[in-house]
Write a protein that binds this ligand. Structure first.
Ligand code: FES
Length: 118
């Protein structure tokens, strides 16, 4: 039987391995899924990205929920991190905006300044 500290170390090692294996070095999308995010519709936004990955229209992307970064009035928040580029954070993302981020930013590399956090 493992001690709590051994379990934590084992889980940390697995988490680091998963991050590297699942795409830390590729494009990453993080969506605030804390209380404010969920209340503002983050689950529907998350599902748009998730379905795009599952149906193959969005490739080589790592999608993950994240905790509250303290900008709750701007939820749902979506952060796009592409290798070698400055991370971009989008505010008040709706499912329609999520589809726009997929088509314009993730597929064509266009940062959508009107939706970006200033
Ligand atoms: S709950 Fe999303 S930014 Fe605070």
């Amino acid at each position: 039987m493992s001690t709590p500290l051994e379990l934590i170390k084992k889980r940390r090692t697995q988490a680091v391995h998963d991050i590297v294996e699942k795409g830390y070095l590729k494009t990453r999308i993080y969506i605030c899924m804390s209380t404010g995010g969920l209340a503002a519709g983050a689950q529907e936004v998350y599902d748009v990205f998730k379905f795009a990955i599952e149906d193959g229209s969005l490739k080589d992307v790592y999608l993950s929920p994240k905790g509250c970064p303290g900008r709750c009035s701007l939820d749902p928040l979506v952060e796009v991190i592409m290798p070698g580029k400055i991370p971009i954070k989008y505010q008040k993302v709706t499912p329609d905006r999520a589809r726009g981020i997929i088509e314009r930013h993730l597929k064509k590399g266009e940062v959508i300044k009107d939706w970006q956090i200033q």
